[in-house]
Design a protein around this ligand. Structure first.
Ligand SMILES: Nc1ncnc2c1ncn2[C@@H]1O[C@H](COP(=O)(O)OP(=O)(O)OP(=O)(O)O)[C@@H](O)[C@H]1O
Ligand SMILES: O=P(O)(O)OC[C@H]1O[C@H](OP(=O)(O)OP(=O)(O)O)[C@H](O)[C@@H]1O
Ligand SMILES: [Mg+2]
Length: 281
């Protein structure tokens, strides 16, 4: 049995469940379910707080888990990324009242509120700043207004939360993060883990790529291949029309309209773009 940890709440919950479902694993029927057994995939899914997932995986009680890389770094647990998953993308940053500070070095002797005390503590040690870390569970942006802190260190995505309380980021970003599949440091990747990884990678590729099909004059095939090189070279098949070939290749979803324009410029006909439902590369 593969034992897999999935975020039970927060912004990672829905995206993690979606990617696992697309990868062929069972979903839970309601948000109160804490363990789901998936016999077809010989897998058990444990729904846990994203912050705790690194701890379970680091201890080796669960084989793999999905959590934010910032949470993994914050926990200090001996776990590592297997693959990034492309969601829960955020930056960990300092913020304060506009104009109050310009760099981390202005925070010597100040109070900084955060729910990522581990991550902030490591950063302060790295840059040699001695500040007081005020550990809070969430909604840390309010700490300044309530007089508990002079600055905050928190996750920023769109910046809406900071704007709403009249705060501004300052200094260099402390860390970039996104959700990842993680395992214990040094743990061997079992066949079940490798299969999960292949499936997740297949979903990520299917999300990022589309399939393009078109017909082109045989003498322009080199130009066409330069535009649509595919993953390992496009499929080129003869057409039942003298002097023409059919080409099929995967291209990035982003920018596929520009690729269609370029193909049209070199005389391609019947250019079709279709979504990839699933793939294994
Ligand atoms: N608004 C956001 N956009 C993108 N990613 C985010 C956002 N907020 C948090 N994250 C990321 O999601 C992960 C989990 O954060 P989340 O806020 O769900 O956990 P939490 O704060 O412990 O839980 P909760 O907010 O339910 O108390 C972290 O890696 C974080 O960087
Ligand atoms: O830049 P934004 O797009 O506004 O997103 C960032 C906000 O999202 C998260 O809050 P969450 O909803 O998880 O609440 P929390 O602070 O209680 O964790 C994070 O802690 C920030 O407050
Ligand atoms: Mg949160």
């Amino acid at each position: 049995m593969l034992r897999l940890a999935v975020p039970n709440k927060g912004v990672l919950n829905e995206a993690a469940q979606t990617i696992l479902k697309e990868a062929g694993y069972r979903s839970r029927k309601d948000s109160k379910e804490l363990v789901v057994v998936d016999p077809e995939n010989s897998c058990e899914l444990f729904f846990l707080r994203p912050r705790d997932i690194a701890v379970y995986v680091g201890e080796g009680t669960l084989d793999v888990g999905i959590t934010g890389m910032d949470m993994l770094a914050d926990s200090g647990a001996p776990a590592e990324q297997i693959i990034p998953l492309g969601f829960g993308v955020s930056t960990f940053r300092l913020a304060a009242k506009p104009g109050a500070f310009t760099s981390i070095h202005d925070l010597q002797g100040m109070r900084i509120a955060t729910s990522y005390a581990g991550l902030l503590g490591k950063y302060l040690a790295e840059v040699g700043v001695d500040a007081r870390v005020i550990k809070l569970d969430g909604a840390v942006e309010t700490a300044i207004r309530l007089g508990v802190a002079d600055a905050v260190a928190d996750v920023v995505e769109t910046g809406t939360t900071l704007r709403n309380v009249g705060l501004e980021v300052f200094g260099d970003p402390i860390a970039q993060s996104q959700a990842a599949l993680i395992k214990q440091v040094g743990a061997e990747e079992t066949p079940a883990v490798r299969q999960l990884v292949r499936r997740l990678q297949g979903v990520l590729v299917a999300r990022d790529y589309v399939m393009i099909d078109y017909d082109i004059r045989a003498e322009r095939i080199d130009e066409a291949i330069a535009i649509t090189p595919g993953m390992e070279g496009p499929t080129v098949s003869p057409l039942h029309r003298e002097g023409w070939v059919a080409v099929r290749a995967m291209v990035p979803r982003k920018g596929h309209q520009q690729i269609m324009d370029q193909l049209w410029e070199i005389g391609a006909k019947a250019v079709l773009v279709t979504a990839i439902f699933a793939c294994r590369l």
